[in-house]
Design a protein around this ligand. Structure first.
Ligand code: RIB
Length: 312
């Protein structure tokens, strides 16, 4: 079954510098290469879902500048339906990104046009209603995130929230989430519990939402739900060059795998969705940049087969 995914979220133009190491506060380091890459967690997850095989609609906002034109073209070029992408007066969102030789990064976002997405309209509601999965992040105003989730719940669309960047979330939103996707830092902030033990974080988050996916980078992912299912998935072994957008690749592919398996209701289907998402995240980390690194379905399948084939 082909999946339909709707994304309500951000688009940024990423201004990316590579350097041998990341600067400490107050320090200047000489970098190496500079380039601009379409990014933003929302747009990345939309492109990730489209490349993974879904029909994907994007609802967001860009500015009336050259960056906005570039980001619209990038999304459309990836096959994402951009009829819900508004152009507003003012600058587009941008992200300053530095990447070091260990593939680690830091990112600072200036939201620009993303900050204008405070209201959604009837067309946006129809888009959400037509989707199997609604994908949300936290780079646009919370009012739009809550409204989108509320409509999705009313229309029977599964709500997947990637709580990035990390934030303390209101009950109003948590009550509408079907699947929460977080890394360990985001998990600690959302749960208000700081622990190195994934099971402690998962237990705390299950008090708030019914299903949790914990992404753990090179250590893979963990899953828990209120029915008592707990799974751990190792990540493919790869040489990472840039982890920017690896979480977006993971989340986009998870949404597609989840929808294609009819909501991933059994242990086998949840496991397969998680493994496929881990393969997507790892494939992304093998290439530089955000949207430029998001893998096609064939690349996800290849890494999935190479890593998990024959594993129970
Ligand atoms: O998740 C990676 C993304 O975070 C980058 O593309 C950047 O724009 C920020 O939103």
């Amino acid at each position: 079954m082909s999946a339909r995914v709707a994304v309500v979220g951000s688009s940024n133009l990423d201004l990316v510098v590579t350097a041998s190491r990341l600067p400490r506060p107050g320090e200047t380091v000489l970098g190496e290469n500079f380039r601009t890459v379409p990014g933003g967690k929302g747009a990345n997850q939309a492109v990730a879902a489209a490349r993974a095989g879904a029909a994907c609609d994007f609802v967001g906002a860009v500015g009336d500048d050259e960056f906005g034109t570039q980001m619209r073209a990038s999304l459309a070029g990836a096959g994402v339906d951009v009829r819900g992408l508004r152009t507003v007066a003012g600058p587009s969102g941008i992200a300053l990104i530095a990447v070091d030789r260990d593939a680690e990064n830091f990112i600072v976002v200036a939201p620009g046009a993303n900050g204008t997405l405070t209201e959604l309209d009837a067309d946006n509601r129809a888009t959400i209603a037509a989707a199997d999965v609604l994908l949300l992040q936290l780079e646009v105003p919370l009012a739009a995130v809550v409204r989108a989730a509320d409509w999705a719940r009313a229309e029977g669309t599964t709500v997947v929230l990637n709580a990035a960047p990390a934030a303390i979330l209101p009950t109003e939103l948590l009550d509408l989430v079907d699947v929460l996707v977080v890394n360990e830092h985001e998990a600690a902030v959302v749960a208000g519990v700081f622990s190195d033990d994934p099971s402690v974080l998962l237990d705390a988050l299950l008090e708030l939402v019914p299903r949790v996916v914990l992404t753990r980078g090179a250590r893979g992912a963990a899953y828990a739900d209120r029915r008592g299912l707990r799974l751990a998935v190792p990540a493919p072994r790869i040489d990472a060059v840039d982890t920017t957008a690896a979480g977006d690749a993971f989340t986009g592919a998870l949404a597609v795998g989840w929808a294609e398996r009819g909501g991933a209701t059994t242990e086998d289907t949840v496991m397969a969705s998680l493994r496929w998402a881990c393969a997507a995240g790892a494939a992304c980390a093998q290439r530089p940049g955000a949207s430029t690194a998001l893998p096609e379905r064939s690349a996800i399948d290849a890494l999935y087969d190479a890593t998990y084939r024959g594993t129970p």
